[in-house]
Design a protein around this ligand. Sequence first.
Ligand code: ASP
Length: 353
Amino acid sequence: MIKQLFTIIFLTLLVGCQPASNKQKNILQTTEEKKNEFAIIIHGGAGTILKKNMSDEKEVEYKAKLTEAIKIGYTILKNGGTSQEAVMKTIQVMEESPLFNSGKGAVFTHEETNELDASFMDGKTLNAGAVAGVTNVKSPIELAIKVMTDSDHVMLSGKGASEFAKEKGLEIVDPSYFYTERRFKSLKRIKDKEKTELDHDDKTAVFYDSDIKNAKFGTVGCVALDKEGNIAAGTSTGGMTNKRWGRIGDSPIIGSGTYANNATCGVSSTGWGEYFIRNQVAYDISAQMEYKNSSLKEATKDVIQNKLTKLGGTGGVVALDKNGNMSFEFNTAGMYRASMDDKGELVVKIYKE
Ligand code: ASP
């Protein structure tokens, strides 16, 4: 009895002697307790998206499409469906819309083709699938999931990825399916500038660099938590306008463009891919939660506003933790984004607020 009493006194003293920062951390963690039984969060790209450059009609169009997409995923989750299905179906709505830089509406490469990248990760098993440089598969996110479920690999590229898609019975389209006049004009504008402003080949990269600082990234992504507590994340993109030499960005890279772990969180990124790869943005957010005990908000903020920004990268993430807390974090003027919690409360935003 006395021994037990001493043990209790000792343990009480030990907790009392914890440094203030640890105590604070405990308080922070409790405020991040179970928020939602299920939840879903999406983005349609970040960048120099300013109210003054956007017509009222376009704004309504973007918000309507984001709403349509997220409601598909929300209904799946509400009815007890998996986060995997919710992520795929939600992303497919955006892939089929010419508004976003993914699937139909993808940006053009320097060679005037569309090369699509996508990735998916399952937070329960830590399984993942990804595709890069695909030119004729209607839904790159579906293909990324197939790579995960039906192959021994994590990432397939180019022709091989298309062959795999055909074998698995996925919908194959003529590459012209991805053509949109708007994206083709963007490419032409950049190429014209290249021609008129630059006379040396070796300056091309410099031009490309300064131009993309002001770019609008239209990649799409989704993270969902289902009623079983499983987190899934996916991202789908056409990459960056005028990309060449088979350039691949962060979107199909697990740990950069996409990451999910039931023990921590799920993340989907959008922005200047090279910086997201160098910072391992999506994994870093999960790692900060795992190793530093950071909350989702603290982790996303540090990675985007501090680490990515310091390196010169622009863009943002949507993320969701195992307790259904959600975070939008970006260092650009805007990010097309939406979220829905388990009560069906919908948030749809475009600009910084
Ligand atoms: N992150 C993508 C890439 O670099 C672009 C985007 O987010 O729109 O390919």
